[in-house]
Design a protein around this ligand. Structure first.
Ligand code: SF4
Length: 685
């Protein structure tokens, strides 16, 4: 008799964190059904959620460890591969722990990520552990921690439905976070006004009541200009500023230099658009800011984030439902990866490495001798590898060859290592560069938790066995730690649940999350300090998370992109995601999603295309100072003249062949993925 069952889980793609049920037939995942009772998606789902399971049982799953010899992979036993990895990690970290680095996987459950940072810190004694938030929401963590004292979304997703005005900047949520986009549509149905600022006339912009087309990388100028208009019209919240914040006068002094005419010149938006947006936001009783990677992926990404925080504090739009600063996190568990301490500056629960007392606590708890000094960020690790200063890199489920800026630089850096270890489901572009590949279990094959963008920690459940030969991530890392000499009793778990109990012990923000409370569709939001705390999403209600409880205004000048168009490279490139893909390793292996959009394209404004003699769908050459690609042109009025866009998913015409890894944000170490100078040419003949 055929056995069918439903197993609750959470979508593994964007940070919205929709609830799904696996449909399991005779022990194999054969489909998904959206979870009707789930508070985030309420039984709805986007194409990625609907068809994104199709990669799970593909024949090209990795099932045997691989070791590279003379440039070719050969199959190896688990014992041989684990010994090789453990011996190399031990040899190099004994010599100098700074020569070893770890990338954690922001798509993996919290428990795996916690173990990745524990392997780095406990077995190798290094603080060099980071993950892809560095090049997506690193500026959010840095910027909101500086202004509000906590680097996370301030409100729950449903809060947006109570807003009177929604100011959405650098976020195409209808494609990148569709089920959050649905909540914006519901807010509009409730009467909210939607203002969208974006260089592209995106599906989200098309829903707006007011659309502001503006130049990539001029966000601080736009926001300063709006704040000056608010101050000129006496729309600031004086009581909130006086009682809840500090640094206002310094911020005001800078903002008052940004006359709307000057701002219109910098941003190329109109005076009327800027003025209307400022007055609408300033006059609203409840106004919410929504942003995403259009704000963060710049060489001044943290400034952009802090400028959003300034605007919210200026008008008292924080700490109430329908308001707040709401960054939409990219990957399904990128919030969790930050929370778990996969950061060179933070242990689990944002306990600071640089604080000696905190490091002493962890040294005692872990039995280590870690320095109270932050390690290298992801970008710094890659640069150190390039310079020959990093010898071993352990990449857990990330694909930096595709996703990091400047692919040539990334490949050179990886080739320079003594050993690259990649723990993966598939032979990705990065795995191709590895010396050792370790086949891991994936989504649907393990228990654990994901944390979505509104800090909701949600349980996922195992629906089928991993393919024979693949191992659970945390078990792989436990085996390596033990082979490196860590006593088994200090690095041993029977289940993901046991790992979560250790997380609760180490991080007060999770202390109240017992399994019974957590394993419900509603789950729990952090901070969750005790088992009787309601653990609700709204933050900064009465005070900010800084020790003195005050929000801190920042005085910020407009800086603009590091690399600007010139005669040789006259167009400004931005990079994006599309509805049907999420990076590549998983969605391009889902037949239905792959059939929707099979390859990349470059969006170019109709006038620019005419000037260059380029036709729609024509294959063109796009080049920058870093490299060149050939790619189909998509000629459209939906992008600002002078700006071009390439989705980042497709390695055969990879946007990151062109992007710039030299220009990074000093405050967050974000590289400038959303702005570099390129040229586009017709291919003759
Ligand atoms: Fe998955 Fe995001 Fe789509 Fe929800 S909106 S189904 S989390 S990709």
């Amino acid at each position: 008799m055929v056995e069918i069952k439903y197993v609750p889980t959470i979508c593994p793609y964007c940070g919205t964190g929709c609830g799904l049920n696996f449909v399991v037939k005779d022990g194999k995942i054969v489909g998904v059904e959206p979870y009707k009772r789930h508070p985030v998606n309420e039984g709805k789902v986007c194409p990625k959620g609907n068809f994104g399971y199709e990669f799970i049982n593909r024949e090209d799953r990795l099932t045997t460890p691989l070791i590279k010899e003379n440039g070719e992979f050969r199959e190896a036993s688990w014992d041989e591969a684990l010994d090789l990895v453990a011996n190399k990690l031990k040899e190099v970290s004994d010599e100098d722990p700074n020569k070893v680095g770890f990338y954690a996987c922001a798509r993996s459950p919290n428990e795996n990520i916690y173990i990745t940072q524990k392997l780095a810190r406990v077995a190798c004694g290094t603080q060099n552990v980071d993950h892809c938030a560095r090049i997506c929401h690193g500026p959010t963590v840095a910027g909101l921690a500086t202004t509000f004292g906590s680097g996370a979304m301030t409100n729950g997703f449903d809060s947006i439905k109570e807003a009177d005005v929604i100011f959405c900047i650098g976020s195409n949520n209808m494609e990148a976070h569709p089920l959050f986009g649905r909540k914006i549509i519901q807010a509009k149905q409730n009467g909210a006004k939607l203002i969208v600022a974006d260089p592209r006339y995106t599906p989200t912009a098309k829903l707006a009541d007011d659309y502001i087309e503006f130049k990539t990388g001029t966000d601080v100028a736009l926001l300063n200009g709006m704040m000056k208009i608010i101050l000129d019209n006496d729309l600031q919240d004086d009581e909130f500023i006086k009682n809840r914040t500090k640094g206002f006068e310094e911020m005001k002094e800078v903002v008052m230099k940004y006359d709307v005419e000057k701002v219109a010149e910098i941003t190329e938006a109109t005076v009327e658009q800027i003025t209307n947006a400022a007055l609408d936001y300033g006059r609203a009783e409840k106004a919410a800011i929504v942003y995403s990677l259009g704000i963060t992926e710049h060489s001044h990404g943290a400034d952009n984030v802090m400028s959003c925080a300034n605007l919210a504090m200026l008008t008292g739009n924080i700490g109430k439902e329908g308001t707040g600063v709401n960054p939409l996190r990219g990957q399904n568990n990128v919030q969790g990866a930050c929370d778990m301490g996969a950061l060179p500056s933070d242990y689990v629960g944002y306990r600071k490495v640089a604080d000696q007392e905190t490091t002493d606590w962890f040294n005692e708890y872990y039995g280590t001798n870690l320095p109270a000094k932050p390690g290298l960020t992801l970008v710094e690790m890659m640069n150190a590898a390039h310079a020959g200063d990093l010898k071993v890199l352990y990449i857990h489920g990330e694909d930096p060859v595709l996703s990091d800026a400047d692919i040539k630089h990334t490949k050179e850096a990886l080739a320079n290592l003594d050993m690259l270890i990649v723990q993966e489901l598939f032979m990705t572009d990065t795995a191709e560069c590895a010396d050792v590949v370790l086949p891991a279990a994936g989504w649907g094959e393990q228990e654990g938790t994901f944390t979505n963008g509104e800090r909701r920690v949600q349980c996922l459940h195992k629906a089928q066995e991993p393919p024979e030969g693949a191992m659970l991530d945390w078990k792989i890392m436990e085996e390596i730690a033990v082979r490196m000499g860590v006593p088994r009793e200090k690095f041993h778990y029977e289940s993901a649940e046991e790992i979560f109990e250790e997380i609760r012990e180490c991080a007060p923000i999770f202390a109240g999350m017992n399994r019974e409370r957590l394993d419900t569709p509603e789950a729990l939001h952090w901070p969750c300090p005790s088992e009787d705390d309601p653990c609700q999403p709204l933050m900064h209600k009465d005070k900010f998370a800084h020790p003195d409880g005050l929000g801190v205004f920042q005085a910020l000048e407009h800086l603009g992109p590091v690399e600007v168009p010139d005669e040789e490279y006259p167009l400004l490139l931005t990079t994006t995601r599309i509805l049907f893909h999420y990076h590549a390793a998983m969605t391009r292996r889902c037949k239905t999603l792959d059939n929707e959009v099979k390859t990349g394209f470059i969006e170019i404004n109709t006038e620019d295309a005419e000037e260059l003699g380029i036709l729609n769908n024509e294959i063109v050459k796009a080049s920058s100072r870093r490299g060149e690609i050939e790619i189909p042109a998509r000629v459209t009025d939906d992008i600002k003249k002078g700006i071009v866009n390439i989705p980042m998913h497709f390695s055969e015409c990879a946007a990151n062949m062109l992007t710039n890894s030299d220009s990074f944000d000093p405050k967050s170490k974000m590289v400038e993925l959303k702005a570099c100078a390129i040229k586009v040419e017709k291919i003759e003949g």
